[in-house]
Write a protein that binds this ligand. Structure first.
Ligand code: HEM
Length: 153
């Protein structure tokens, strides 16, 4: 990623991160509306979709997803950023392994994240490409880790 791309990522990220729980909730609401079976993995699986935005556990998870991205975007451009990204996203992968989340499910969430960012930040085509590059990169760390754990599903 060049310095213009880096600056664009950091600048556009200011919008969703200003209201982290609401931004995460927007992503997760869209995710569960489109892929309702993903809900089965969560402790709030029995809560009706329309009540999720008010559910504390749902909001906690929404905020956590944003925090992982925030931590990643903060380190971008610093010395040792790649190692730090490896560390952050390997931890995400390892923590999720007992939950048996499929790559397909991760990819479904990936699409929703990119769509939500595009809408919230009003990204143009080239900005979308750069964001996609970043999300693909962190996802490659998740999938590498899942493969190495020998627990791919
Ligand atoms: C960008 C991808 C993702 C990120 C950054 C992320 C982040 C997190 C974090 C930080 C936690 C809390 C720490 C932990 O317990 O490990 C968590 C928990 C969890 N994640 Fe994810 N996650 C991602 C994708 C997914 C996907 C695709 C699913 C399944 C459809 C999923 C299901 C869960 C579940 C079931 C929990 C436990 C929730 C709870 O106990 O309240 N995650 N995630």
């Amino acid at each position: 990623m060049n310095s213009d791309e880096l600056a664009m990522i950091k600048k556009t990220w200011e919008i969703p991160v200003a209201t982290p729980t609401d931004s995460g909730a927007a992503i997760l609401t869209a995710f569960f509306n489109r892929f309702p079976s993903a809900l089965e993995k969560f402790p709030f699986r029995d809560v009706p979709l329309e009540e999720l935005p008010a559910n504390a556990r749902f909001r906690a998870h929404a905020g956590r997803i944003i925090r992982v991205f925030d931590e990643s975007i903060r380190v971008l451009g610093q010395e040792g950023d790649q190692e730090k990204l490896d560390e952050i996203w390997t931890k995400v992968a390892v923590n999720h392994i007992p939950r048996r989340i499929s790559k397909e499910s991760y990819n479904q969430l990936r699409g929703v994240i990119l769509e939500t960012l595009t809408a919230v930040c009003n990204l143009d085509d080239s900005q979308q490409e750069t964001w996609t590059k970043l999300v693909d990169h962190v996802y490659s760390i998740i999938f590498k880790s899942i493969n190495e754990e020998g627990d791919a599903i």
